[in-house]
Structures are given as structure tokens and as C-alpha cells.
Design a protein around this ligand. Structure first.
Ligand code: PLP
Length: 419
């Protein structure tokens, strides 16, 4: 007897069960956005095999082809000269940072991290991991003796920032890797501000490299994401955490972040060149107390940056964040940020537009002047993320703003006490 396959005729059924989209045999020139939460299988057996054995796409929180395309692109850049590098993409830089501590610490473990650490990571270690019994010591990472002394038998992770804002200090990655490995700890670094254009920490035996992709990778301030790269066996542990905590990067964001990588070297090199010109010019203004930029020969990280950062055809690049401190303390810093017209007060960094933030009231808000000074940050410091505008215009904008600050500071100094 021949059994006829039933044809389902209901209009809603037909509307929902539209023909499947074509999956082309040819490679698309731009990667598709695989905006799907799940995948369908040829039958129950294939479904069961994938659940139990892996080896294919099942559910986008677990793996998504667009998120994988982004992660693999970052692994290719960070692992340009190192074998067997893998990466996992995350919904934000902080999701990526959290995954490292979730994967490699447990109650009773200890972490060593920089005193001038990115505020989000500092809060995470203090407020969340502290509550689960993970202790953290914050030290001056540029003083290797302090790092050595802080490492305990329970230290599992030494955390550093390749380039640390706002001081723009440079981490001695090979020396830190030696210190951490000698005591059985991993060295994980946040390399958001350096990007693989300046430095690829895996080449210096760093175990894990983390980025907020929200910054230079996306580069246009329109996508949020994060990524962790490193040796495959370590990254597999990170993947397990990502799957269980649900930190997966969304496909639309993954598309934008991957596209951003195609112009990363062009943007970052140009931004670094403008930052160098900006730092050198602004340091000469009489209203300026200090400029923190490792491209300036007087910066404590200058020689180390020359040793560790790529020497491109036109010489070493030193990053595109410049911290400018006018004379006059906290009020002068706020007045300076306010008087800028081209550089706008905005969160985030690494975008096409130059952005600024008065450090003491933004990224390091909540710390009084004494606490800021202990972390090596002047209460008047203003952090510039140099964008793609013309350097001459950025210098003119900052010069005009500093002239305003100088006039205000001079008037205050002349005013009779109590006026
Ligand atoms: C150095 C650094 N690391 C991590 C982060 C966190 O990244 P996200 O905001 O993408 O979570 C930031 C954000 O400002 C950052 O500047």
C-alpha cells in the first residue's frame, strides 16, 4: 500500500513553515548575520548526537556562527605568530573579564591586580568575587617587587593591563609572566587599550588576553562585546563558563565587531599618530601640569613600550589615550573638560570621535582626592580618547580650552580671600 504524505493546508501553518532559506555553496564576501536562537536537525538522531557529542551548532547561547566568526578573527590577530590560539566572544568586556575569574578561581583563591585598575574590574573583584571568598590584592604593577611580594601560594590569577588608563602605565608582560608562572599562577591581561596593533601579549607568554571589543574593535561606538583569547585548553574552560553563565555575544553585535576588525590597524595607527602629536603639543601649554602618554620620553613606561610594542614601518606606536592634567586640581580638570568643543564628554573610548572624561568624577568616581593620588591619579586629570579628527583641530580645541582654564584659575588666585 502506498502512503501519501499529508499536505498541511492551514494558512497559519503555511505562513510559519515558509521554505527554508538557501544555504549557498559559495562563500559570501561578508559573513552573514546568523540571527537565530537555535538550529534544526535532519531528525531525532542527529539532534541527540549533537547534544551528546557536540561537533555542530545546536543553540546560539552555546555557539553561534557569527559570534564564532568574530572570536576566530580576534584569535587570528592576537595569535598572528603563536600556535594554537583560540578565542571566545562575550556580550561585553565585563562578561569576558568575569569569565576569566569564574574559570580559574574558587573560594580561598587569591588574585593580584593593579592599583590603577579599570573601575569595573576593581568593583567585580571587590564586590562579587570577594563575597565568594576570592581575595584580591591591588599593587603597583610597574613595581615588580610589589608584585612578587603580593603573590601567595593561593594566587591563581595575576591580572594586568597592557596599557592602563588613565596613567597609561605599561605592564612588563614577560617579567610578570615569569613571576606568575614561577608560583603556579596564570597571567591574564586586559589589552583593550593596546589592541593587537600595538602588542600581542601571547607572544610574551601571557596566558589569557581579554578585550572590551566595545572600544577599538568595533571602533564606531555602536556595538558592545568582549573576547578572551589564549591557548586552546584554557579557552575551552572559558567556553564552559560562557555557556553556563549565558554571556554569549549577540549575532548583530558580532557582525559589527568583526567588520570593525577589518579597519582596526588603519584606525588605531592613525589615532596613535594623532595622539602622539596631541600629547607633544599640549604638554607645552603653560596651564598644563602633566601629560601622561608613553610616547613622551619622560613617561615612566616609554622605554618598556619601545621594547614591547610593535615597531611598525614608521616606528613604535604608544596608544591613543592621552591624560592631560591642568594646574588647579579637581575644579580645573572639570572646567577643562567643559570648555572643550570638539572633544566631547562621553563614556567609552576607542571610537572615531574624540571623547573625554574627567577621571575623578567618571571612571574613578567615588574615590576622594587622597585615594586618587594613592593610585597615581591627579584629581584634575582629564582622559582623552583620541579619535579620527585632524590632529591640528584637536590641538586647537584643547589649547583654547586650556586658555579658558588658565584665565579662570588666575582670576581665582587674584580674588581676595572670602570673595
Ligand atoms: C580597560 C577596560 N576593560 C574592560 C572594560 C569593560 O568593557 P565593557 O564596557 O565592554 O563591558 C572597559 C570599559 O570601559 C575598559 O576600559
Amino acid at each position: 500500500m502506498v502512503t501519501m504524505r499529508r499536505r498541511f493546508k492551514g494558512e497559519n501553518t503555511r505562513a510559519v513553515h515558509l521554505p527554508a532559506p538557501p544555504v549557498p555553496a559559495q562563500t559570501p564576501t561578508a559573513p552573514p548575520v546568523w540571527r537565530t536562537s537555535g538550529f534544526a536537525f535532519a531528525g531525532a538522531q542527529e539532534h541527540a548526537d549533537l547534544v551528546h557529542q557536540g561537533g555542530g551548532y545546536l543553540y546560539s547561547r552555546v555557539d553561534n556562527p557569527t559570534a564564532d566568526a568574530f572570536a576566530q578573527a580576534v584569535a587570528a590577530l592576537e595569535g598572528a605568530t603563536v600556535a594554537d590560539v583560540a578565542a571566545q566572544a562575550f556580550a561585553s568586556g565585563m562578561a569576558a573579564v568575569s569569565a576569566v575569574f569564574l574559570a580559574f578561581t574558587k573560594a580561598g583563591a587569591h588574585v593580584v591586580a593593579p592599583l590603577a585598575l579599570y573601575g569595573g574590574t576593581f568593583d567585580l573583584l571587590q564586590e562579587i568575587f570577594g563575597r565568594f571568598g576570592v581575595a584580591a590584592d591591588f599593587v603597583d604593577m610597574t613595581d615588580l617587587e610589589q608584585v612578587r611580594a603580593a603573590i601567595r601560594p593561593t594566587t591563581r590569577v595575576v591580572w594586568a593591563e597592557t596599557l592602563s588608563t588613565p596613567t597609561m602605565s605599561v605592564a612588563d608582560l614577560p617579567a610578570l609572566a615569569n613571576l606568575a608562572h614561577a608560583r603556579g599562577a596564570l597571567l591574564a591581561v586586559d589589552s583593550t587599550v593596546a589592541t593587537p596593533v600595538l602588542c600581542r601579549p601571547l607572544e610574551y607568554h601571557v596566558d589569557l588576553v581579554v578585550h572590551s571589543a566595545t572600544k577599538y574593535f568595533g571602533g564606531h561606538g555602536d556595538a558592545t562585546g568582549g573576547v578572551v583569547c589564549g591557548r586552546r585548553e584554557l579557552v575551552e574552560k572559558i567556553r564552559r563558563v560562557r555557556i553556563m553563565t549565558g554571556g554569549q555575544l549577540a549575532p548583530d553585535e558580532a557582525f559589527l565587531l568583526r567588520r570593525g576588525l577589518e579597519t582596526l590597524p588603519l584606525r588605531v595607527r592613525r589615532q596613535c599618530d594623532s595622539a602622539s602629536q596631541f600629547a607633544a603639543a599640549i604638554a607645552k601649554h603653560p596651564a598644563v601640569k602633566a601629560v601622561d602618554y608613553p610616547g613622551l620620553t619622560g613617561h615612566p613606561g616609554h622605554r618598556l613600550a619601545r621594547r614591547l610594542f610593535d615597531e611598525g614601518p614608521e616606528g613604535t606606536r604608544f596608544g591613543a589615550v592621552v591624560t592631560v592634567t591642568p594646574h588647579g586640581g579637581r575644579d580645573a580638570g572639570l572646567a577643562f573638560a567643559d570648555a572643550l568643543r570638539l572633544a566631547r564628554s562621553a563614556t567609552s573610548l576607542g571610537g572615531t570621535h574624540t571623547s573625554v572624561g574627567h577621571v575623578g568624577t567618571t571612571s574613578h568616581a567615588g574615590r576622594d582626592d587622597a585615594a586618587l593620588l594613592r593610585a597615581g591619579i591627579d584629581p584634575g586629570a582629564v582622559r582623552f580618547s583620541i579619535g579620527l579628527e585632524d590632529a591640528a583641530d584637536l590641538i586647537a580645541d584643547a589649547t583654547d580650552a586650556l586658555d579658558v582654564v588658565a584665565r579662570v584659575t588666575a582670576r581665582r588666585a587674584e580674588a581676595p580671600i572670602g570673595a
